[in-house]
Write a protein that binds this ligand. Structure first.
Ligand SMILES: CCC/C=C/C(=O)SCCNC(=O)CCNC(=O)[C@H](O)C(C)(C)COP(=O)([O-])OP(=O)([O-])OC[C@H]1O[C@@H](n2cnc3c(N)ncnc32)[C@H](O)[C@@H]1OP(=O)([O-])[O-]
Length: 718
């Protein structure tokens, strides 16, 4: 709703009221219509201030409404009426003015912002464009280049930047409404023609066409298949080229295409999924709202390899006190230099002082005696990690949470090395840990709800999207990756090339195909794991070389590693590079003839494989494992899996994550194709459709937000 009052004698005050962010729901829009009418028809009112309750101006359109039938008055005529008003309208912006909220403010004749406010048009991140006049007013106000930047990226700007760009007229440290009222009093009765942004022409630019061409090219490259950023450029181009009314028509047309697109649905799903994962629960009944985290001020990081360094930087940047431990003096000194460099570069980017003093460097593990929480990040070796946990159990003060950054090992085995298994959880960061947003927080069977809540809270504090997951080999993300990689190897055996597989995945929206990623992260990583599992030893030729434990196995990756082809670091992998450490992959004739020989040796007759088969085999195998993870209760819901893939594995955001994507494709189709491929490859268990997928299809393939009900039923029957 919106509340109306008259203050200081002649100022009408309209307050938006719709917690938590005063989104423009149907009720709020109706409230604005009613209160603006009241203010304009009251002869005592000479000017009007619009603000939001609880220090928040407005978070934009109510995203929840997008999924249903929109009702209530539309926003565009409301903003037109405000702009056309014959009394000065002043927006008092506190907290945020985002999307429709900023568009509402742009309809006002004046804008005052609090110094701590943030403004932006983030519609593009929801698969939309600012279609309440934002794409037409902003370029008229601040010029085409700056508007393009804001609208195509959706980035928020500070009040200071908004002032510099000309989005707001005034920034204040005082009570924003008081300052806005003062301004409203001072401008009462003054002419308003020059304050109506829709009447402006975009500031002239000499080479408009080349500018748009250049921007479009850049945006296309960055968008990798997303349609909203392209539509945003087209809308701004209309602002630059057309009169306002025609520009608005174009804005409406473009929005209509976006609004009903699968991409917008996917991005809006992902917005709510991100928020849903913070409301975690476990099969044993622990929940986010009944578990109290303990405050964490001082954290230890054990091991300063690549992961440990990134974790230490992330913690220090969030203002935590960090105690690092690396037993070898030489490595410790090298790490100190590297970490300091990372902190300095990060601080320079953000224009702040580097938090160098937040970190201490130690070679003795005794230094962690008084920390609140430890993150172990030593080499991925169970025996070594066990030893560290035994030491931590002795050295740390009672009650210290002990976390491991393992990416796949059994958290419970580590917990059993300590006297306090209830205080042990996994904190699986993704490289580079100071950049990547994802954190898998892994609870073992004995982890206490408080330990889980504390790790989740710490993740939030350091800016991560944290997802609580159960304990199993590879947890959620890496467990699903296994069948995906396996299918890619099999496709090479059957006739595909790394180039073909990567192209199909990149056209789908991944920034890099699977073989390029493998070259980047190092083929030796997976080789070490397969060797550890007893899979990678050379076998006799013939069929048995391609069977392990009764299942189909491809030794291709092992064979490359045996040749010292570890990927980018050795200059050779699935592709070749100009030198060891080279970044630009190019097709490698050696690999192609090797593959030919390999197929001939194993009696494999290559066949034509198209992009569709690549996508179906790789992605449906991954999705099938996702369903198994839900079946096993390792992830609480499809949102958890999707958020993990969106933030940790480069899944294209406009496809909403693998489980959402399965729903978009249609669960019966996914089931049908898996059945088809399983029939063709009965020695590949990952292709066998799992029970939950069958159950969902049998229940009429409900939308993704209803899957939890089916999962619950399935669990109750097990
Ligand atoms: C023609 C029309 C054209 C206009 C289009 C638009 O305006 S498009 C819109 C353009 N606007 C945007 O894209 C802004 C989207 N919002 C944001 O970026 C952030 O939420 C924030 C910066 C506003 C606050 O961050 P924060 O970390 O402080 O808090 P938080 O993120 O945890 O959110 C708290 C709660 O508020 C909820 N909620 C929030 N916004 C909306 C909304 N618009 N709607 C509905 N709900 C919304 C959110 O779900 C959560 O609910 P829960 O889980 O408690 O039930």
């Amino acid at each position: 709703m919106a509340q109306y009052s008259r203050i200081s004698g002649s100022v009408g005050l309209i307050t938006l009221k719709s917690p938590p962010v005063n989104a423009l729901s149907a009720v709020v829009r109706q409230g604005i219509v009613d209160t603006v009418e009241k203010a304009l028809s009251d002869p005592k009112v000479k000017s009007v201030v619009i603000c939001g309750q609880n220090g928040i101006f407005c978070g934009g359109a109510d995203i929840k409404e997008f999924a249903g039938n929109m009702s209530g008055p539309p926003l565009v005529p409301i903003i037109h009426a405000i702009e056309a008003a014959n009394k000065p309208m002043v927006a008092a912006i506190e907290g945020i003015a985002l999307g429709g909220g900023l568009e509402l403010a742009l309809g006002c004749h004046y804008r005052v912002a609090h110094a701590k406010a943030r403004l932006g048009l983030p519609e593009v991140t929801l698969g939309l464009l600012p279609a309440a006049g934002g794409s037409q007013r902003l370029p008229r106000l601040i010029g085409v280049p700056a508007a393009l930047d804001l609208i195509t990226t959706g980035r928020h700007v500070t009040a200071a930047e908004a002032l510099q760009l000309g989005i707001v007229d005034q920034v204040t440290d005082h009570k924003t409404v008081d300052v806005a009222v003062k301004l409203a009093l001072s401008v009462a009765g003054k002419p308003l023609d020059a304050r109506r942004i829709s009447t402006y022409l975009c500031p002239p630019l000499s080479a408009l066409d080349p500018l748009f061409e250049e921007v479009m090219q850049k945006v296309r490259q960055r968008a990798r298949g997303a349609i909203a950023p392209i539509a945003c450029v087209q809308a701004v181009r209309a602002a630059a080229a057309l009169p306002y009314a025609q520009g608005m028509e174009r804005e409406k047309e473009l929005m209509a295409t976006l609004f009903t697109s699968g991409q917008a649905r996917a991005l809006q799903y992902s917005f709510f999924a991100q928020r849903a994962v913070s409301k975690w629960s476990t099969p044993s009944g622990a929940r986010w709202d009944t578990s109290t985290p303990r405050p964490v001020h001082k954290v230890a990081v054990i091991g300063l390899g690549t992961m440990g360094r990134g974790i230490a930087v992330a913690l220090a940047q969030a203002g935590l006190s960090v105690v690092t431990v690396e037993p070898q003096e030489k490595q410790l000194m090298e790490a100190k230099q590297a970490v300091s460099g990372m902190l300095e570069r990060g601080a320079k980017k953000r224009g702040v002082a580097p938090p160098l003093n937040n970190i201490t460097y130690n070679s003795n593990i005794q230094a962690v005696a008084d920390v609140d929480l430890v993150i172990e990040a030593v080499f991925e070796d169970m025996a070594l990690k066990k030893k560290v946990f035994q030491q931590l159990s002795v050295v740390c003060k009672p009650g210290t949470f002990l976390c491991t950054n393992t990416s796949a090992l059994d958290v419970d085995q580590l917990a059993s090395q300590t006297r306090t298994p209830e205080l042990v959880v996994g904190m699986h960061f993704f490289a580079p840990a100071n950049v990547m947003k994802l954190l898998e927080v892994v609870y073992g069977p004995r982890s206490s709800p408080q330990a889980l809540a504390t790790a989740m809270q710490l993740g939030k504090k350091i800016g991560k999207v944290s997802v609580a997951v159960g304990n199993c080999r590879g947890f959620v993300g890496n467990r699903m990756l296994k069948p995906y990689i396996e299918q890619a190897f099999f496709l090479l055996e059957e006739g595909a090339t790394p180039e073909l597989v990567d192209r199909a995945l990149e056209e789908f929206g991944f920034s890099m195909g699977i073989f390029k990623v493998s070259d980047l992260s190092g083929l030796d990583v997976g080789w070490r794991v397969r060797k550890g599992d007893g899979l990678a030893e050379p076998r006799a030729t013939g069929q048995s070389a391609r069977i392990r434990e009764g299942r189909r196995y491809s030794p291709l990756g092992d064979l490359l590693c045996e040749q010292g082809r570890f990927g980018q670091k050795t200059g050779r992998g699935w592709y070749q590079y100009s030198k060891p450490g080279g970044r630009e992959p190019s097709s490698d004739p050696w690999f192609h003839s090797f593959l030919k020989e390999y197929r001939a040796k194993h009696g494999l007759v290559p066949r034509a494989i198209d992009h569709q088969e690549v996508l179906e085999r790789c992605l449906y195998a991954l999705i099938n494992e996702g369903f198994r993870i839900l079946e096993d209760g390792i992830a609480a819901g499809p949102e958890d899996i999707d958020v993990i893939y969106l933030f940790g594995y480069g899944w294209p955001s406009y496809r909403g994550g693998p489980m959402f994507y399965a729903g978009m494709v249609g669960l019966p189709k996914v089931l049908d194709r898996l059945e088809h491929y399983y029939q063709a490859h009965p020695d590949v268990p990952y292709l066998q459709p799992c029970t939950l997928l069958r159950r969902l299809v049998a229940s009429g393939s409900p939308p993704v937000h209803k899957w939890r009900e089916v999962i619950k039923k399935l669990h109750s029957q097990l």
